[in-house]
Design a protein around this ligand. Sequence first.
Ligand SMILES: Nc1ncnc2c1ncn2[C@@H]1O[C@H](COP(=O)(O)OP(=O)(O)O)[C@@H](O)[C@H]1O
Ligand SMILES: [Mg+2]
Length: 349
Amino acid sequence: MDRELNESEARYKGILHQSIEPIIFFDPSTRKIIEANKAFCKLIGIAQKESNALQLFDFIEGNRQEINMFIREVMISERGQVSNATWKKKSGQLVEVELSSTKVRLKGKDIVSIMARDVTVLKKIERLKEKERQEYFAAIVEAQEDERNRIACELHDSLGQMLSAASYKIENTLLSSVVILENKKLLKSTRNIQKILDTAIEEVRNISQDLMPMMLRDFGLGAALRHLCAQARDQGVLDISYRNYISDLRMEKKVERIVYRIAQEAINNVFKHSKAKKATLSIKNKDGKIILRVKDNGIGYDLLAKRKKRGMGLITMEERTKSLKGSLKCRSRVGEGTQVLMSFELEGR
Ligand SMILES: Nc1ncnc2c1ncn2[C@@H]1O[C@H](COP(=O)(O)OP(=O)(O)O)[C@@H](O)[C@H]1O
Ligand SMILES: [Mg+2]
């Protein structure tokens, strides 16, 4: 029995000292290091003999409560734990590590072994890539919005004006042409042309409004959101109320557009998926923090199931929020309605 124990101990120690990855054994009751390998000492920047004097709290960043909780979890788990942590070198420099921790039996006592992998560089690259991806997304969205804006203005100012002029001319011609007025057939077909023109004018207005709400450009977010709700209400299936606590506050054009698009997508989702009878859209300014909330009393959905398979709408809302360094929270439960809460700081973005 003793021999077996000694053999397993020797095996553990062998693994520890041969590993090129940092490994430590520590006592979970005193939190002191029992044994550490060269790789660990090199990572932390200490001499091998200094390692025995080390306690976990000396080099693991985070409060004691968190560290104690981590130890407890390792001690009760059969398969060990994989986690991320930040360690502090003797020099004070921080390293990010991926840990694989297990309970092992050494000298008849349960102790903890931690194998670490230095992922500082990897994490830095990941963060850079994520930042690059976000910037790329923001640039595409902005270019798309600029293009929409351009087309909306062209449609409204150029095509819209021409159609209005044509409609006006026909009206004038009708009034001044006795020939047309006296010829029923000609009069009817001229009236028809006029109707088609008026429908086209309306259509141009709707398309251009959809591309870039003039309200947003001319009167700002508060007014544009009011209009969005009014449009939604006009469809006659949803009682949507609007609470504007920002009055006619103007923000940077880009910011207004982002918030508007998020509200638009959230309302579209209420229409498309919620089967709600009632909804509220509110926007407020709490000490420089803008908070947009869209809430419905519809069928709701399973957030966990959707997290794995999100639609483009939710992804785009999240990306847009990130570009304002804000936060987006969706709360929903099947049968209990849905709430989308988006917030960001006006200054210091
Ligand atoms: N207000 C809502 N009420 C109920 N379900 C919703 C609501 N908003 C989103 N969902 C659910 O979340 C899914 C993802 O939404 P989204 O990313 O906008 O994609 P899409 O609208 O294109 O389906 C929807 O398919 C729907 O199942
Ligand atoms: Mg959607």
